[in-house]
Design a protein around this ligand. Sequence first.
Ligand SMILES: Cc1ncc(COP(=O)(O)O)c(C=O)c1O
Length: 375
Amino acid sequence: MTSDLDTEQPNGVLPLRPDLVGLLPYGAPQLDVPHLLNVNENPYAPAPDVVADIAEAVARAAAGLNRYPDRDFEDLRADLAGYLRVESGVELTTDQVWAANGSNEIMLHVLQAFGGPGRTVLSFAPTYSMYPEYARDTFTGWVAGRREADFSLDPDVARAAIAEHAPSVVLLASPNNPTGTALPATTVLAVLDAAARVPGGCVVVVDEAYGEFRRTGVPSALELLPDHPHLAVSRTMSKAFGLAGARVGYLAAAPALVDALRVVRLPYHLSAVTQAVARAALRHAPALMAQVGSLRDERDALVVWLRGQGLTVADSDANFVLFGLFDDRHAIWQGLLDRGVLIREVGPDGWLRVSVGTPKDMVAFKNALSEVAGL
Ligand SMILES: Cc1ncc(COP(=O)(O)O)c(C=O)c1O
């Protein structure tokens, strides 16, 4: 559960960085309600045989917990490369893969290595609200370029922003959070081309946290890796894999880029327990991912239903949908919560975001929204 922060720092007692004074920790509400549709989790818990295998792997790891874990987790990186080969058809070597405690930590490693004082990280808003926090925490300047009204990214706008700000890192979420928008390969290629012209170099991170939910025909940026040494593609086991509690994110890039991340990571950052859980889960990838198809179908049906109610809905390649527009979105959010449905008040004014849940969750959401919004 979240706790409030005492932001009244007694003068001179705690030398808090001035730029952190008065700030609250990031976090969506964690509430105990029947329908949790606010943080884009997979609503399906692992099946009992998967749980048993994970528990056995943890027991084996526990027997060696007097020792530090494998710092470079070669076995896990090989398993992740194997998973990406099957999921995206892209061949990767172990030294092209990195992992950390969630893709949040992956992104922090990227900014620790390639950002820093006097440098800039560029992204395009509206986008994932943690990006400016990674920038703040690594003393990297934060610049948010703009997306179009339909939340797509105009390649010319992106090129111009890169030329103007000469960032050392560009963060592109695709599918984007909170809008669900996936970027076509042509846009990513335009960004890569502009980034290659930045004096001193520029790393482009395509954040594919929701990549497995993309619609048929939408490519993964992984396919662009062989020709672009300044590209990194980040993924997570938190979403499609249904393993948010395990905290495992990973990244694919050229070996030189991965080597730079190895310099800034804390020693033994990925615990032996985490490595064991991730490897056991990867052995069950098909079972853990079994619901991805039905979640995609449920998402597409939700978009059709919301549009059928006369609402505005952003196209989504993710496991959530951004919809609106409401004069008082907080009242809608609260009305849903009062009916046991927790969604997220996020994105531009007037919009709300709902994660795709089980069919039961979706019925509860639709009923509650119909009542609250008078549909
Ligand atoms: C776009 C995007 N990137 C990264 C993350 C971080 O995921 P995790 O740290 O669980 O891997 C999220 C989580 O919601 C996200 O929406």
